[in-house]
Design a protein around this ligand. Structure first.
Ligand code: NAP
Length: 454
């Protein structure tokens, strides 16, 4: 049996699923990996902070997958618009959706619409062409709402100098905004306690690695109820987080020019504004309710800040033509199959954050992919997959060409990659390994450039 599968979204989730599909020894599967951006790697390229080369290094293993035969990258294609899911059914035996979670959850407090979603800032500093080219970093005091890893990334980038980040792959426009960053104090707010923080310990420790940053915690915020103590005993990561936070709480302020204060038991209840300007954030002191939740104490504090960011989680966007659960912001599924109101959607699968929500580290999507592809393999063996009208791999290319879609390929990524490396090495500001290209058309032009024959 020979099968053709379309995987939608070339981030870690889609690439792990593609890898499992093409490695299946009983079924002869070839995969077309569709991606809306002109370049692959999704969250690794456009979500991981530039000063996290260790995590960016995952790209090497993803690259090796994309190098394999039976896997074809088709980038710069928006599924739902350029080609619909319904149309793809004519070309593939099965479709796997892995479009991730790229939008910010809304901050639903008075003035919350004035707060900037962390994802917007991440999109800017990671050079995602869909986001702003310049960033206003004139605020001296900044609030970051949430105590997860994205809050750490945003706070760390806000507290670093542009020059510290120049060694990374940041594009020139990002450097030009960051070098004028005026932030001196970043207040990070968690509504529950240290044992309930969502950080991972390694990332929490890395917050403090810059010479220009000092991380501080108010000793009064180090508090554990019985359940918190049990959590510490049961989960090494939680205990390590608490230990690191306790060390931060024992410090006296030093002369580091940038301070990050991590506050616990402070729930932001209002973003304070005067006209269009942000002048502060109001929090209400919380106490643990003994069951992992919190209750307000009625004690309010106003923190003078001139910018507020919220890092309170991402959410997925619906894919046109596919059922969507608007309460949970995921595609309804049974662990792999997409579900509609009647039951299983034939030959349609889902994996990654759009399947289970935006939680877990990148490696967790591997087990997701295993579960989803396992279901697909069972369906294939049971003859349950629908037969496509046009199984010839050239047929979808003919459709894209007929529509004038400037799709990019894996060869194209090699060309774009070479150009970004050349730009890095020849940078006037500082020669380095890579400098990202931000402009969409420029990325497409490099990816689609016809190689010159000497
Ligand atoms: P997250 O881990 O779910 O953290 C969200 C934070 O926002 C929590 O502290 C949560 O507090 C808080 N929050 C939610 N709603 C709130 C509200 N209305 N008011 C105040 N606080 C609120 O989400 P994330 O930071 O976006 O991270 C997403 C995933 O990506 C995580 O699995 C993370 O580990 C991963 N990631 C990893 C890295 C890395 O470097 N390894 C970097 C970035 C992201 P409660 O717990 O009280 O709800």
């Amino acid at each position: 049996m020979s099968l053709r599968v379309a995987v939608i979204g070339a981030g870690p989730a889609g690439i792990y699923a593609s890898d499992l599909l093409i490695r299946n020894e009983e079924l002869d599967i070839s995969v077309d990996l569709f991606e809306q951006m002109p370049a692959p790697f999704g969250l690794i390229r456009y979500g991981v902070a530039p000063d996290h080369p260790r995590i960016k290094g995952i790209v090497t293993s993803l690259h090796n997958v994309l190098d394999k035969p039976h896997l074809r990258l088709l980038g710069n294609i928006e599924v739902g618009k350029d080609v619909t899911i319904e149309e793809l059914r004519d070309y593939y035996d099965a479709i796997v959706i892995s479009t991730g979670a790229v939008r910010d959850r809304d901050l639903l407090i008075p003035g919350g619409d004035k707060s900037i979603g962390a994802g917007e800032f991440v999109g800017f500093y990671d050079g995602n062409p869909r986001f702003e080219r310049d960033w206003d970093l004139s605020a001296r005091e900044v609030a970051v709402i949430g105590v997860g890893n994205v809050a750490l990334d945003v706070s760390r980038i806000l507290a670093k100098t542009g020059d510290e980040l120049l060694v990374t792959e940041i594009p020139d426009n990002v450097y030009n905004s960051l070098k004028d960053n005026k932030a001196e104090v970043v207040h990070m707010f968690g509504r529950r306690g240290p044992a309930q923080a969502k950080f991972t310990p390694k990332e929490l420790r890395e917050l403090d690695l810059s010479d220009t940053i000092q991380v501080l915690v108010d000793p009064e915020d180090i508090d554990y109820d019985q359940l918190s103590e049990e959590l510490r005993r049961a989960d090494k990561s939680i205990d390590l987080n608490c230990q690191v936070l306790e060390q931060y709480a024992m410090r006296e302020p030093d002369d580091a020019p940038h301070k990050i204060h991590i506050h616990f038991f402070e729930e932001p209840v209002e973003v304070l504004t005067e006209g269009d300007a942000i002048v502060g954030v109001r929090t209400e002191r919380q106490e643990l309710d003994g069951e992992g939740g919190i209750r307000g104490t009625g004690k309010f504090t106003d923190w003078p800040v001139q910018a507020v960011y919220h890092a309170i989680g991402y959410r997925s966007e619906p894919v046109i033509g596919v059922p969507f659960d608007h309460d949970r912001n995921v595609i309804p599924n049974d662990g792999g199959h997409v579900l509609n109101e009647e039951g299983i959607e034939n030959s349609l699968y889902v994996t990654g954050w759009i399947k289970r929500g935006p939680v877990g580290l990148i490696g967790n999507t591997k087990s997701d992919a295993k579960e989803t592809t396992g279901m697909l393999f069972e369906d294939a063996a049971a003859g349950k997959l629908h037969a496509p009208k046009y199984p010839d791999p050239d047929a979808i290319i003919a459709l894209l060409q007929e529509r004038g879609i400037a799709y990019t390929t894996w060869d194209g990524w090699y060309r774009l990659d070479a150009e970004e490396r050349r730009l890095g090495e020849t940078s006037d500001l500082l020669p380095r390994e890579r400098r990202k290209i931000v402009e969409w058309e420029e990325m497409v032009a490099h990816a689609r450039a016809v190689p010159q024959v000497p």
